[in-house]
Design a protein around this ligand. Sequence first.
Ligand code: PLP
Length: 405
Amino acid sequence: MKYIENKLSLDGVLFNDIYLKYSTPVYVYSQKAIHNNLESYMEKIDDGDLICFSVKSSNNLEILKTISSKGAGFDVVSSGELRKVIHIGADVNKIVYSGVGKTKEDLIFAVKSKIKSINIESLSELKVLVEIVKEIDIVANIALRFNPETSSETHPYLDTGSSGSKFGIPKNEINECLKIIEKQKNINLKGLAFHIGSDIKDFSYFQKALQVMLEKIKYLNIEEHIEFLDVGGGLAIKYFDNDEVLSIQEFVTKVKALVPEKLNLIFEPGKSIIGNAGYLLAKVLYKKSNILLIDAGMNDHIRVPLYNAKHQILPVKKHIFTDQSFKIAGPVCESADIFDHDFHYELDEGELLVIGSSGAYGFSMSSNYNARLRPPEVMISNEKIKLIRRRETFNDFISEEVGLE
Ligand SMILES: Cc1ncc(COP(=O)(O)O)c(C=O)c1O
């Protein structure tokens, strides 16, 4: 994103032109940035390692196709996500399925789809799977997702690897899981997995979790039996230019340095692939004292109220930075619907602004709250604007409701 003659642009396309074509609010993605981020992972991994894009961060079919075409696989957490990646023709041998609450139907669908790994998150889930593979006489490839029980410094809602977390198999259930697997001819234990959370800046948290996992592998004496270690996602991104984060290349290099060569690695990045490749373009509707009310709300983009996140927001027409502080608020009837408490550009009604780092957990967490229709998504590819999801219509919105004869 940069200013060309005082007008904000992305990959050679002016945000104002996107507005003229698709109005606001609208999500905008850079295909080039997605490719670059993926490439940064790909160039540091070895044959046998795998990048599985975390579909929960963004599940637009065109984006998934873009990612798949570069050789990456997918990490899914629901049958819906699995269906989406199968729909775009993803290689099933590059799909892993995490998720704490898979239903019996989800598990049957995953087993029948012959994916690379079902990442089991509890002893109870394993027992359900055992019954399924017996019933339908089919082989399931699995990994056990352990909870390393090493907390990390991130927002509590983004921490998934602490003791007591609902994610992953707790220490006291692991031995029992292995005993069950040993007796099952239809269950192949292919690997171990963990995911400690999101937005993690400090590598020492990944290091601690990796050490716990490697010790576990030794202690359980399964080094010779498993093929891979799935290290999850969670690498933080820069929301502002002076944020200090590890580059993707540094991160992968550091992980690889800790893991024995014979263990293949699976990475499940979401935010570090799509976060800084996506933007939310919005318009100022009203000015009320120091509040700028915009036409995008927390239903479109919930990260700020949900995680207390801070996103860079820039005016589409270049303005000077002022001493005056403004709030940027959405139209949703909730006091939490605020995008920024300290914005320093004095915009007029009708002016456009761009909320940065919005590609991950932006559209994918959007809702119809306040009966608001969800925004369209466009992708910039070779300096062209491509519509990849049309704006939702009122008919789309009411189409599932029944009973009003
Ligand atoms: C199991 C799993 N893998 C990968 C990710 C992706 O994390 P991130 O987007 O922070 O890279 C998540 C997100 O929470 C997750 O739950």
